[in-house]
Every structure is written in C-alpha cells, then in structure tokens.
Design a protein around this ligand. Structure first.
Ligand code: ADP
Ligand code: ADP
Length: 227
C-alpha cells in the first residue's frame, strides 16, 4: 500500500503540491489526472524523492521513503518517463540492468533477468538485447523503459505520461501490455496522464488534482456518474 500523507511542495510562490493525501492499495493502478501544471509530475518526483517535500510523508507498505537509502529506493520504486532516457551508447541489455548492477547481482542472474523482462514487455531477447536504443522504434524504446523500471522487481511503478509521445496504434499496444504486465505481476502502479480516456481504460482508482490539491478520487465509474 502506498500512502501519501499531507504531501506539500512549494516552488517560490507556487504551491505545486498542496497537502495531498492519497492511499493507493497494493496491486492497483492509480491514475493522477488534471490540467497541465496541477502538480502531477511533482507528485511522482516527490514519491521517488527526486525532490524533497516541504511537508508530509510518503509511506510504502508502512516504510517512510525518507528513511530509505538511495539504492533501496531505486530497488523499490520503478520510474518510467515520456522521454525514456535510455543511454544511447549502451546496449538494450545494459540499459535494462542498471539497477540490478547497482545492487551487485551476479552476471548470470542479470542476463536471465534481462531475457525475462524483454519477454514480459513483448520484445524477443535474441533480437533486442544487443541492439542500441536508436535501432528501436519509439514504442519499442518505451517497452525497454518499462522493462528497466521493473528490473529489480520494485513494489511500485511510477509512470509519467509514458504513452504521451506515441502514435495511437503503438499507444494502444503498450497500454494493453501494461494491463497484462500488471495483471501478471500484481504491481502497484501510479500513472500520470492528461488523457481521461486513458485513465478510465487503465486505472481502478482515479485521483483528480487541481492547483496541487486533490479535488476528487474514486473508481472510474463513480467519477463518471457524478453530475
Ligand atoms: P503537471 O505535471 O500536472 O503538469 P507539475 O507537477 O509539472 O504539473 O507542475 C506543478 C507546478 O509546479 C507548476 O506551476 C510548475 O510550473 C511548477 N514547477 C514544477 N517543477 C518546478 C521547478 N523545478 N521549479 C519551479 N517550478 C516548478
Ligand atoms: P516506427 O516508425 O514504427 O516507430 P521505425 O521505422 O523506427 O518504427 O522502425 C521499424 C522497425 O525497424 C522496428 O522494428 C525497428 O526495430 C527496426 N529498426 C529501426 N531502425 C533500425 C536500425 N538502425 N537497425 C535495426 N533495426 C532497426
């Protein structure tokens, strides 16, 4: 279970995230939605402590993320962003295994895990493990981004507009892959999107932000049936 407890972040005069409290049950997909600038990305960055809050806490299964050393944090939280951020000079396999390498996994375990992850995201390991990122389409690179985030079997997967830059067909394919992966691994997922249809398709819990505050939350059908 992920608990955001009165999370607050200010940038100068702007309160980007304002006393945000939200509970995401284990194994569910939560979509953060709302207009541009409402604090969605900042919330994800607070959860994985790329930035520090001015107030409030983030708990993962009861552990305050403030108490986790950086490597433990990276093990427990996978992060996928729109621009993917693969290292261009590294093979796909090496890109995927950054966190396992940080954790000092033996080479054989890393190799086996890379193949397993490529299969999970629908890429043939024999074809893809030794390629460079530029040899992949945008959708394939985004699949590698998901594989990398899942590498060390995190408790929580954070996704910031992961499908935003993709054409509709590729996006549909990747959304279906995410639903399948989530069903098979039982991961807790928090996904940021400005696309309400995407939120409805993917999420069991939708949290609506406005000016950094949580203004509504519920199952898609509950939110839609409101006047
Ligand atoms: P969203 O993801 O919903 O579009 P953000 O979380 O990116 O919104 O931004 C929320 C608010 O915080 C916006 O007003 C934005 O301009 C501001 N903000 C975000 N990051 C920074 C930063 N590093 N420095 C200054 N202001 C920021
Ligand atoms: P899209 O336009 O659909 O995003 P691309 O045209 O970039 O995809 O690529 C189409 C196919 O060609 C993909 O399967 C991709 O893996 C492969 N491909 C693209 N560039 C290279 C390359 N430099 N070397 C090997 N395969 C490539």
């Amino acid at each position: 279970m992920i608990v955001l407890d009165r999370l607050t972040k200010r940038f100068g005069a702007t309160t980007a995230v304002d006393q945000l409290s939200l509970t995401v049950p284990t194994g569910s997909i939560c979509a953060l939605v709302g207009p541009s600038g409402c604090g969605k990305s900042t919330t994800l960055r607070l959860i994985n402590r790329l930035i520090e809050p001015d107030g409030g806490r983030v708990l993962i299964d009861g552990t305050d993320t403030a108490s986790l050393p950086p490597v433990a944090l990276r093990r427990r939280i996978g992060y996928v962003i729109q621009s993917i951020g693969l290292f261009p000079h590294w093979s796909i396999a090496r890109n995927i295994s950054t966190v396992p390498e940080l954790l000092g996994w033996p080479e054989a375990r890393i190799d086996a895990r890379v193949d397993e992850l490529l299969g999970l995201v629908g890429l043939d390991p024999a074809l893809f493990r030794n390629r460079r990122p530029h040899e992949l389409s945008g959708g394939q690179q985004q699949r590698v981004g998901v594989a990398r985030a899942l590498a060390a079997d995190p408790d929580l997967l954070l996704m910031d507009e992961p499908f935003g830059a993709l054409d509709p067909v590729t996006r549909d394919g990747l959304q279906a892959a995410l639903i399948d992966i989530q069903a098979r691994t039982g991961k807790t997922v928090v996904i940021v999107t400005h696309d309400i249809d995407e939120a409805i398709r993917l999420a069991s819990l939708i949290a609506v932000l406005d000016k950094g505050r949580l203004i509504q939350q519920g199952a898609p059908r509950d939110l839609l049936s409101r006047p």
